[in-house]
Ligand binder design. Structure first.
Ligand code: SAH
Length: 213
């Protein structure tokens, strides 16, 4: 598992692409600049790891496109030491970017195969989320709530109520909403009962599935 000058050069180019596409948050760009995305992919995709594309990661899932990771991370407005809940650990790349910004990350994955492989990979890369959980993201992590922000990295047919309940007042929930394509949606919790909703255009994600266990 190597990170070479060639990879760093490709990351510089990726950062330029993300800036051209409108990403401005310096903490997000710095984190993407330092995380070796090629080590989160099967080695057969190594040459493509810094293209702004999604790729298969096994178990029928994908690693999100860098622009999508950057866009969602920027909407979260993550600050150092924020408690962030991620639904859909997948490859662990988005987890790594959030850790790279300095967040305390709690992440949930429902596919056992991915949960196991990513739980092993992250510490090998020196990336230490606070908690990696195997389970159903629709339920969130009530034992660790409340969170400064929550990011859902799969397309959700509706906003799960437990996630709204686990958000701090002033907290931000970023969730792609819809079945075959998704509208990126930001909810900001105003008080106990009120949430402000903002929408940010169309994206495509694998579906957020309910646990059949
Ligand atoms: N953040 C990931 C994106 C992976 S794709 C990355 O950067 O690679 C979305 C992930 O959500 C998949 O791994 C999928 O298995 C997971 N997922 C789908 N439904 C889920 C649920 N109900 N709870 C937790 N994870 C879920």
């Amino acid at each position: 598992m190597k990170d070479t000058a060639k990879h760093q050069g490709l990351r510089n180019q990726l950062i330029s692409v993300l800036k051209e596409k409108g990403i401005t948050d310096v903490a997000v760009l710095d984190a993407i600049h330092k995380i070796p995305r090629h080590l989160f992919l099967n080695s057969s995709f190594e040459d493509y790891a810094y293209q702004d594309k999604a790729f298969p990661i096994g178990a029928g899932q994908t690693i999100s496109q860098p622009y999508t990771v950057a866009f969602q991370s920027q909407l979260l407005e993550v600050k150092k030491d924020h408690k962030v809940l991620e639904i859909g650990t997948g490859s662990g790349y988005q987890t790594a970017v959030l850790c790279g910004i300095g967040a305390k990350v709690y992440t949930i994955e429902r596919q056992n195969e991915l949960f196991k492989s990513t739980s092993l990979l992250l510490p090998k890369l020196g990336i230490r989320p606070k908690h990696i959980s195997f389970g159903d993201g629709y339920k969130g992590l009530p034992n660790y709530a409340p969170f400064d922000s929550i990011i859902v990295t799969a397309g959700a047919p509706f906003i799960p109520k437990p996630l709204m309940a686990q958000l701090k007042i002033g907290g931000r929930l970023v969730i792609p909403l819809g079945e075959d394509h998704q509208i990126m949606t930001l909810l900001i919790r105003k008080n106990e009962t009120q949430f402000e909703k903002h929408e940010f255009g169309e994206f495509r994600f694998v579906p957020l599935l309910e646990n059949k266990n």
